[in-house]
Design a protein around this ligand. Structure first.
Ligand code: FES
Length: 346
């Protein structure tokens, strides 16, 4: 029995932030059920490629050297360019055209390094958009980031977005978001919700606009208190585990101290919610046919949308897919509802 019916989905996925790798450096990555090398050439361009040299399998991020715009293997010095072509065998006058390094299309956009993964090597099927707020330092603060490793399949994490009822129970919020729209169009989803936010001055009516481009890239705009924008990126480490990276910015209020107080409060609140969600995600089963309430969120629509990203197919042999271990809960700080005394559910 597998942990979930899903293989690793295809799409654009965040593999790091630009500061993770300097020009001339190579770093190991573990994503998509494999090993990769992230390296930055001396022109500043980032590359993601399979970690193992096609000659005899050395790991290019463990001792490999960036030489101008190529990476040299630590074992016998073969070199590869950013397309994965073997450009030099130092002890031969020839190169090996078959000795190619698998190369993942890689971009840097919105202050993220993103790589396209497809199990069969298909070219990207959609673009990652520019997000205005992350390209507007005059009006938006420097980003804050958070990074988590979660032992659960991508789909279980992403399904939270469709699950409005869980907010009251897992996060003790005043009430769950009120769904105003959930549209699906190819790899895109757009969800519009109303939400009450607890604040030191009482509960404030706000909005949450969540937009996704495939399984790995979501942008969430929170309105009502102060404009806050979050890029949420789930990247599969394997079929059953994910790295989750959050990148936040807040509209500047014209006062650095206030900007940082508002930003910190918001980031802490989201961080607490992830810590609260994690033991649910890590210990839950996946039910092929859940028993839903009439007022539950748009699970069926979400699952149909998600199913398009599994090029290797979905296992349909079971009704229940159970976790393979038991995972402890993390430390949770007080939530905004608890701090500000708004009435959580009894
Ligand atoms: S294993 Fe890489 S050059 Fe030999």
């Amino acid at each position: 029995m597998t942990r979930s019916p899903f293989p690793v989905p295809f799409g654009w996925f965040q593999v790091g932030w630009p500061g993770d790798v300097a020009p001339g450096e190579a770093k190991p990555l573990r994503f998509f059920g494999g090993h990769q090398v992230l390296w930055r050439d001396e022109d500043g361009v980032a590359h993601v490629q399979d970690a193992f040299c096609p000659h005899l399998g050395a790991h290019l991020a463990h001792g490999g050297k960036v030489v101008k715009c190529e990476i040299a293997c630590p074992f016998h010095g073969w070199r590869f360019d950013g397309e994965g072509t073997n450009t030099l065998i130092p002890y031969s006058g020839r190169t090996n055209a078959k000795g190619r390094l698998r190369t993942f299309p890689t971009i840097e956009r919105n202050g993220l390094i993103m790589a396209w993964y497809h199990p069969f090597g298909d070219e990207p099927k959609w673009e990652v958009p520019e997000v205005a707020e992350f390209n507007d330092p005059e009006h938006f603060t420097a980003v804050q980031t958070r990074h988590y490793t979660i032992e659960a399949p991508w789909q279980d994490l992403a399904e939270n977005g469709a699950d409005s009822a869980q907010f009251r129970f897992v996060h003790n919020t005043e009430q769950g978001p009120e769904l105003r729209g959930y549209d699906v169009d190819g790899p895109r989803t757009s969800m519009r919700s109303l939400q009450k936010f607890p604040t030191p001055r009482g509960v404030v009516d706000g909005t949450i606009d969540a937009d996704s481009w495939g399984p790995g890239f979501s942008v969430i705009h929170f309105g009502g208190i102060v404009d806050t924008v979050l890029m949420g990126c789930n990247t599969p480490v394997s079929a059953n585990s994910c790295e989750m990276r959050f990148t936040f910015t807040v509209r500047k209020l014209g006062d650095d101290a206030l900007d940082s107080t508002v930003g910190d409060a918001f980031v802490n609140e989201v961080h607490n919610q992830v810590i609260q969600d994690t033991p649910i995600w890590e210990n839950k089963a996946y039910l092929a046919r859940p028993a839903l309430a009439d007022t539950d969120g748009p699970f069926t629509k979400f699952r149909k949308w998600a199913s398009q990203f599994y090029a290797e197919g979905i296992d349909t042999s079971a009704e229940v897919y159970e976790p393979d271990g038991s995972y402890p809960a993390g430390e949770v700080g007080p939530t905004a509802s608890q701090k500000y005394g708004s009435a959580p559910i009894a």
